[in-house]
Ligand binder design. Structure first.
Ligand code: SF4
Length: 104
C-alpha cells in the first residue's frame, strides 16, 4: 500500500526577514553625502549656466537664490553667513550641479 505522502501538504518556505530597518540602502553606502557643518564661512556663491529652472534653490534658500523667466541667480547682497547651511544644501540638491560657492 502506498503511504499517504505529503501530497497536498505545503512545502516549507523560507521566510525572508525585512532588513530595511537594519541596513541602509546600498546607494547610501556607496554615495555618502556629508554636510561639513564645521567648515569655514562662504565668501561667494553663484549659479553657472545650465539651470533647468526646477525652482529648488529658491525654495531651499529664498533669501539667496532668485528664479526668473530664463535663469536663476544668486543675490550679490545675500547674507552668506546667515544662509550658509541653506546654500550648501541647495548646492548638494541642485539636480544639474550648477550652484557653486567659495569658502574661506
Ligand atoms: S536648483 Fe539648480 S536647476 Fe534648480 S533652479 Fe536652482 S540652479 Fe536651477
Amino acid at each position: 500500500m502506498k503511504a499517504k505522502g505529503l501530497r497536498g501538504a505545503r512545502s516549507p518556505r523560507i521566510m525572508r526577514t525585512h532588513s530595511a530597518g537594519r541596513i541602509p540602502p546600498p546607494t547610501l553606502l556607496r554615495n555618502p553625502v556629508r554636510l561639513e557643518l564645521n567648515a569655514m564661512g562662504l565668501t561667494k556663491v553663484w549659479v553657472e549656466d545650465g539651470c533647468i529652472l526646477c525652482n529648488l534653490c529658491p525654495e531651499v534658500a529664498p533669501e539667496v537664490f532668485v528664479l526668473e523667466d530664463e535663469h536663476c541667480w544668486a543675490r550679490p547682497d545675500a547674507d552668506l553667513d546667515e544662509n550658509e547651511e541653506e546654500i550648501r544644501q541647495a548646492a548638494i540638491d541642485c539636480p544639474v550641479g550648477v550652484i557653486h560657492f567659495e569658502e574661506e
